[in-house]
Design a protein around this ligand. Structure first.
Ligand code: ADE
Length: 242
């Protein structure tokens, strides 16, 4: 997968050298390039923002540098990337959207700062590529950079060959609309706390049932919205008793 990121703070993306994302880059699974938006400014101050039309606090990112950046990274003659713009007014980022993005050949992230990017940049881009404004949640960050780190991590771990054990993708939280059950490792007793007996029983049927029950209880307690969204046919008789 090819990924381009445009930001006025390219240094934010230094962690993308590390760990499994760094490895995905080294193996060529992820071809990532970070671009400084100011490359596409032409004044001595390399200005990227201005005051908002209509008044109000803060500054808005000017359309000209963004227009040139998108022209350079998504030229008309090449297949268009999917443009992602992190923003508190975007659609909610979910595991389902992470899967959708992991299937794209080319993602282009535009990191806004201040009060956001002039709307015409997105409207114009939408005439030649798919544009998705994405929100991490109902809170406001300084800019899109940290959101891109989050989105890219969620997407990269879904790319084929990135996770050593692809089975963990199937069992993890949000894979089936439920939160994962608690996990334990050795020692069996630690500071007086025991690992649940069932997990040490070697009885795979009982273990699977216990994990399913814990998963349902945890989800009901912490995320009733997820329980409400479960299709009824995804529950079996034992689940209903829980
Ligand atoms: N930029 C500012 N706030 C944001 C949020 N909640 N999600 C994604 N990008 C953002």
């Amino acid at each position: 997968m090819r990924v381009d990121i445009v930001s006025i703070f390219p240094e934010y993306f230094a962690p993308l050298e590390l760990s499994l994302i760094g490895k995905a880059r080294a193996t060529g699974t992820l071809r990532l390039a970070v671009h400084d938006l100011r490359t596409w400014t032409h004044d001595v101050h390399r200005t990227v923002d201005d005051t908002p039309y209509g008044g109000g606090p803060g500054m808005v990112m000017r359309p000209e540098p963004w227009g040139e950046a998108l022209d350079a990274l998504a030229p008309a003659e090449a297949p268009p990337p999917r443009l992602l713009v992190p923003s508190p007014v975007g659609v909610r980022f979910t595991q389902a959207l992470a899967h959708e993005l992991a299937a794209e050949p080319h993602l282009l992230f535009a990191c806004g700062r201040y009060e956001g990017i002039d709307q015409r940049v997105l409207d114009h881009a939408a005439t030649r590529m798919r544009v998705t404004e994405v929100s991490l949640g109902d809170y406001v960050l300084f800019g899109g950079e940290v959101a891109v780190l989050v989105i890219l991590e969620a997407v990269t771990r879904l790319l084929p060959g990135v996770l050593g054990n692809a089975g963990s993708l199937d069992e993890e939280s949000h894979a089936h609309g439920l939160l994962e059950a608690p996990m334990y490792t050795k020692p069996a007793t630690w500071r007086g706390h025991e690992v649940p007996e069932v997990l040490r029983s070697g009885d795979h049927g009982r273990i699977a049932r216990w994990r399913r029950d814990e998963s349902l209880l945890r989800t009901a307690a912490r995320r009733p919205d997820m329980i409400a969204a479960l299709p009824p046919e995804s529950l079996d008789k034992r689940d209903r008793a829980t």
